[in-house]
Design a protein around this ligand. Structure first.
Ligand SMILES: Cc1cc2nc3c(=O)[nH]c(=O)nc-3n(C[C@H](O)[C@H](O)[C@H](O)COP(=O)(O)OP(=O)(O)OC[C@H]3O[C@@H](n4cnc5c(N)ncnc54)[C@H](O)[C@@H]3O)c2cc1C
Length: 109
């Protein structure tokens, strides 16, 4: 029954439990998003002060290297963060075709 998932989420969210995620980059943000379905509050702690607009920061030095996102990740990411692909495009992510199969790839610049 589909509603059982919602009930379970509801029960688990009313336990007064709080989750703490250390690190607010890719893994931390995804972990926090998943935990938010099961905990009343999720707090992300990072040693960096996050920039208001997309920018590089000390804690993620690899951001200076262009990053690609494989097309298989799109539906999974959209499921957790609806509309994020449009937001990434609006924030300057470029779209490209990579590989023999022509799979799409996003490259943060
Ligand atoms: C040169 C290079 C190129 C890459 N290219 C690609 C690519 O094309 N495609 C791809 O998918 N992946 C790529 N990767 C891999 C990708 O960058 C990592 O897999 C990804 O960033 C890992 O995410 P993460 O959240 O685990 O860690 P990170 O992104 O490294 O983030 C760690 C976070 O933890 C915080 N932190 C660290 N220590 C503490 C502390 N003590 N207390 C609080 N906060 C702390 C940091 O500030 C940071 O926010 C590349 C990596 C490198 C180095």
């Amino acid at each position: 029954m589909d509603s059982s998932n919602e009930t379970m989420t509801s029960i688990q969210k009313n336990t007064g439990r709080y989750a703490l995620v250390i690190g607010g980059s890719l893994a931390g943000l995804f972990a926090a998003r998943v935990l938010a379905d099961y905990f009343d509050m999720v707090t992300i702690v990072d040693r960096d002060i996050f920039p208001v607009t997309p920018d590089h920061r000390q804690g993620v030095p690899q951001s200076y290297h262009a990053h690609g996102l494989l097309a298989t990740a799109f539906p999974i990411i959209e499921q957790f963060f609806p509309g994020i692909m449009n937001d990434l495009r609006a924030d300057g992510a470029a779209t490209a075709r990579a590989g023999a199969g022509g799979s799409h790839c996003y490259i943060g610049c």
